[in-house]
Structures are given as structure tokens and as C-alpha cells.
Design a protein around this ligand. Structure first.
Ligand SMILES: NC(=O)c1ccc[n+]([C@@H]2O[C@H](COP(=O)([O-])OP(=O)(O)OC[C@H]3O[C@@H](n4cnc5c(N)ncnc54)[C@H](OP(=O)(O)O)[C@@H]3O)[C@@H](O)[C@H]2O)c1
Length: 287
């Protein structure tokens, strides 16, 4: 049985991982403040204390707009911290699983991004996540970096809950139609992670690297919101009468986001013989 250290277990993805990793062995699940990803000494102490065979990092500074005014903190949690974690994993020959984001791209390509495409982040968050990827790759060892996009969970926060909430408060919803990516249910990502870990460290060692892994297909926020409203199990509670497309520029925000950052996940599919279901199907199951 594996000894797994899961960091960030109260987040969207971490919460689901805490569930899906259980059958694999002993899961030690920690979050801030038990471990502080902005503090190298705290990271090293945690890993050295537990001596896991697998480390799964579901922590991140994910407040994309707030990161613009807290660049050092975002950089420490998303950049330096994962690098330190990778070093500690390497010392123990532990498998290291880390997640990154489509926001490492500028969204100008026009078709889904593959792993070889050159990143060009537009925001502090995107730059900090890219730095995390770079440091983990530099350390080496046995690792997987899974780049994903538009992660949601019905348990807390997130876009799906927001749309359901807005629909109960407003008669007209205006949702951005010129931002496109892959809606990804956190639970599916967690299940995929567990399936790969179950195949063992030799299997992962042979496949060490960075992969795109997100819900199959892509959508604009507008299309995503329309599907959410259609699938709402309590439609009678909705006040909303119309949903209208809007432009990202209609909602100015501190951070700039890519307009088309859909991820092409075919490399992952080929190498692992697994894929996430179509985003519409996952959304139906989630709701
Ligand atoms: N959400 C998305 O749309 C999205 C899109 C693409 C990629 N991703 C990536 O997917 C992964 C999972 O994201 P998520 O949506 O599950 O994130 P999330 O819900 O924001 O969870 C992040 C977790 O990290 C913890 N954390 C924050 N600062 C910390 C620190 N200094 N030390 C220790 N823990 C800290 C948080 O704890 P507190 O709650 O206590 O702060 C929380 O449990 C991340 O790598 C993220 O970059 C997410």
C-alpha cells in the first residue's frame, strides 16, 4: 500500500483527491496552515516528517485577479514552492504529481494548444504557474505535471455554482462568449490521477513529463452557462428569463485572461490510454 502525501485537501481538486486516493493506501492530507507552500522550510519539514512514496500537490494561489496585487505571494506558492516540493520528492525517490493551467498561454493560437506550444502568460497567476512547471521539470525525478483548465466543483465556489446562484437572483444573465477553454470537473481529474497512480511508479517513471488533461471538447463561458441552466435540477427556482452573450472587455478585471486557451489532450490519451469525458457529459454527471 502506498503512503501518499496530499497537499491542499480543502481546495476544489484536493477535496476530490482526498476521496479518490483512499483506495490506494494511506493518505496524509494537509492544507494551510499545517503546511505553508509559501515557506520552503515548512514544505521540507512536512515531507521529511512523513517520508511519503507519492506527493500530490493540489495547492495553488488561484485568485487570478488578486494575484496582480500580490505577485510575490503568488510566485512563492505557485512557483518556488512546487520547486522545493519536487526537490524533496526527488530525495525520497517519490512520485510527484503537480497541476498547472491553460493560463500559461496567451490565447492567440486559435486552435487547441498542445504541450509543445510556447507559453506566453498574460497574468501574474499564469507566470507564477509557468515558473512552477519550469522548476519541477528542472528538478526532474519521477513527476507528472497535468495542465488543466476551468476546474469546477459543485461543493464550493466556482463557475457552476455561481451561474446557478445568478439564475436565482437575476432575470437577465450576461455571460462572456469570447473566452473559450475546457470545463473540467475536479472529480474527474482526481479519478484520473488515482487511476494513473494505481499503475505504479515504474509505469509513471517511463512517462514522466508534462501533459494536457482537461474535459474533452471546449466551450465559451456563455455556452457553458447555457448548459448549466439546462441541467439545473431545480429549474423552477430560476428567475432568469434570458441569457445574453457579452464580451470579456465588458467586465474589466485586474488580470488579463487568454481568449482561446482550449487544451488538446490527445498526447495524454495516447500515452495513458485514458481521457476525460466530453465536458457536457461530465457536467451532467456533476449536476
Ligand atoms: N480553478 C481553476 O479553474 C483552475 C484552472 C486551471 C488549473 N487549475 C490548477 O488546478 C489545481 C487545483 O486548483 P483548485 O481549483 O482546486 O484550487 P483551489 O480550490 O483554489 O484550492 C487551492 C488549495 O491550495 C491551498 N493553499 C493556498 N495557499 C496555500 C499555502 N500558502 N500553503 C498551503 N496551501 C495553500 C488552499 O487553501 P486555503 O483555501 O486555505 O487557502 C486550497 O486548499 C491548481 O494547481 C490550479 O492552479 C485550476
Amino acid at each position: 500500500m502506498l503512503k501518499i502525501l496530499l497537499l491542499g485537501n480543502t481546495g476544489q481538486l484536493g477535496w476530490e483527491l482526498q476521496r479518490t486516493l483512499q483506495p490506494l493506501g494511506e493518505v496524509i492530507a494537509l492544507d494551510y496552515p499545517e503546511v505553508n507552500m509559501a515557506d520552503a522550510a515548512s514544505i521540507r519539514k512536512t515531507v521529511q516528517q512523513h517520508r511519503p512514496e507519492v506527493i500530490v500537490n493540489a495547492t495553488a494561489y488561484t485568485a487570478v485577479d488578486k494575484a496582480e496585487s500580490e505577485p510575490e505571494l503568488a510566485e512563492a506558492i505557485n512557483g518556488t514552492g512546487p520547486g522545493v516540493l519536487a526537490e524533496e520528492a526527488r530525495k525520497l525517490n517519490a512520485v510527484f504529481i503537480h497541476y498547472s493551467t491553460d493560463y500559461v498561454f496567451d490565447g492567440q493560437k486559435g486552435v487547441p494548444y498542445i504541450e509543445e506550444d510556447t507559453p506566453n502568460p498574460l497574468s501574474v497567476y499564469g507566470r507564477s504557474k509557468l515558473e512552477g512547471e519550469r522548476l519541477v521539470q528542472e528538478v526532474g525525478g519521477v513527476y507528472l505535471i497535468l495542465r488543466t483548465s476551468w476546474v469546477y466543483s459543485l461543493r464550493q465556489g466556482g463557475f457552476v455554482n455561481k451561474v446557478l446562484e445568478w439564475a436565482r437572483q437575476q432575470e437577465t444573465l450576461r455571460v462572456v462568449s469570447n473566452q473559450v477553454a475546457n470545463p473540467t470537473w475536479a472529480r474527474m481529474l482526481a479519478e484520473m490521477t488515482a487511476q494513473i497512480l494505481a499503475r505504479g511508479d515504474d509505469y509513471i517513471h517511463e512517462r514522466t513529463g508534462l501533459y494536457h488533461l482537461a474535459g474533452s471538447g471546449f466551450a465559451s463561458r456563455f455556452e457553458w452557462a447555457k448548459s448549466i441552466l439546462e441541467l439545473d435540477p431545480n429549474k423552477s427556482e430560476q428567475r432568469v428569463e434570458e441569457i445574453l452573450p457579452a464580451l470579456a472587455s465588458d467586465f474589466p478585471s485586474p488580470a488579463q485572461r487568454p481568449l482561446f486557451s482550449a487544451l488538446d489532450c490527445s498526447l495524454f490519451e495516447r500515452i495513458f490510454n485514458l481521457r476525460l469525458p466530453a465536458w457536457q457529459e461530465a457536467l451532467r454527471l456533476a449536476i
